[in-house]
Design a binder for this molecule. Structure first.
Ligand code: KG4
Ligand code: ZN
Length: 342
């Protein structure tokens, strides 16, 4: 494919956790989005940072090659190189950051640093229908749980976040108690479909729009311990109902705050993003509330919800339009923050 001189073509690299991904975007339209998952962590029941960075190192060249090939773009045609600066695992971020710096230097092209959490929200702009401003986005994944107010593509404000575990982490850790494989979120979702939420767990009482999931984790642990004393096969015999109950509680915790945020901000354009937004109970609850509360809802396609470079490319495109570049002294920021109202 030939690119005219004034088109904006960006290669974006995502390596913040355990997925190595590269995407190419031209004038705001994604041409490719290639993702290599890391299966090495499965047997450890969670992401092992050292192994993640080694895997990124092994995968980054073939992943970028694949994304460039899919897009039909050659390196000299790039207008800029973008990467995830943070938040994430330092060793993982270093691989993407160093590679992007080297490539930008060798091509003599600008370098764009992207905040991973802002990119999760901007995943809503990859495809139609694009949300109207202002809208609220509940970003829920293995590492993050936050409600963001979005007034423009470069005006994102965190209204609430978790004080301990993320929603996906709660699914995964509780899944471990239930002896499910990692990541347990999708398995709990599947099991829950055949069960009923007959067990109740306490929901946290957190002021404002903040979240907490560590109490739920402990409450499930104690519940299982007590029931197992009476029946050593309790988990096996009740797995579907336990999964349905845990899932229902997590979804309720998320939706309670989303409803609160919508009322507080007087905004009824609502989006969800992040890996947990694949959860069927959460999607169902969003649709039900949309009808009840007259919400207009937005859910990006699943490949743009889980970690991917397509969303990084989208964020980079907007930064390019404003000529927001970084220079070669840039470093990864494992705890990179977003603008916050709290
Ligand atoms: O966005 P993501 O792919 O990576 C992170 O940035 O963390 O999210 C992964 C998380 C995991 O915790 C996984 O268990 C959870 O998303 N997840 C789900 C579902 N699919 C993925 N949780 C509940 N239900 C699902 N269907
Ligand atoms: Zn993420």
């Amino acid at each position: 494919m030939a690119h005219s001189d004034n088109s904006v073509v960006i290669l974006a690299i995502e390596s913040s956790c355990d997925d190595t991904s590269a995407a190419v975007i031209k004038d705001g339209s994604l041409l490719s989005n290639f993702i290599a998952n890391q299966t090495v962590h499965q047997k450890y029941g969670g992401v092992v940072p050292e192994l993640a960075s080694r895997q990124h190192h092994l995968q980054i060249v073939p992943v970028i090659d694949a994304a460039m090939k899919d897009a039909g773009v050659s390196l000299p045609e790039l207008s800029a190189v973008a990467f995830t600066q943070g938040p994430g695992l330092l060793g993982s971020l270093l691989v993407g950051c160093s590679f992007a710096k080297g490539l930008a230097l060798s091509l003599d092209k600008p370098l764009i640093a992207v905040n991973h959490m802002e990119a999760h929200v901007l995943a809503h702009f990859v495809e139609e229908p694009r949300p109207e401003f202002p809208f609220l986005c509940l970003t829920v994944s293995g590492g993050h749980t936050q409600i963001v107010r979005v007034d423009d593509v470069d005006q994102l404000t965190v209204l609430g976040t978790t004080r301990d575990d993320a929603a996906g982490e709660a699914f995964d850790k509780i899944g471990k108690y239930l002896e499910l494989d990692y990541p347990a979120g999708p398995i709990i979702d599947k099991m829950a479909a055949q069960g009923k939420p007959i067990f109740t767990f306490n929901k946290p009482r957190i002021e404002g729009l903040g979240f907490s999931f560590s109490g739920l984790k402990t409450s499930v642990l104690y519940f299982l311990r007590d029931r197992l004393k009476e029946d050593k096969d309790f988990i096996k015999n009740n797995l579907h109902d336990i999964c349905a109950s845990v899932q229902a509680t997590i979804v309720e915790i998320l939706m309670d705050k989303l409803i609160k945020a919508s009322k507080q901000e007087h905004i009824n354009h609502i989006g969800i993003a992040g890996g947990v937004s694949a959860n069927r109970a959460l999607r169902r609850s969003l649709v039900e509330h949309a009808e009840l509360l007259n919400w207009q809802t937005y859910v990006p396609a699943i490949q743009y919800c889980t970690d991917n470079a397509g969303m990084i490319a989208m964020a980079a495109h907007y930064k390019y339009l404003k000529q927001i570049f970084v220079d070669q002294v840039v470093t990864p920021e494992p705890r990179l923050k977003m603008k916050s109202a709290v």
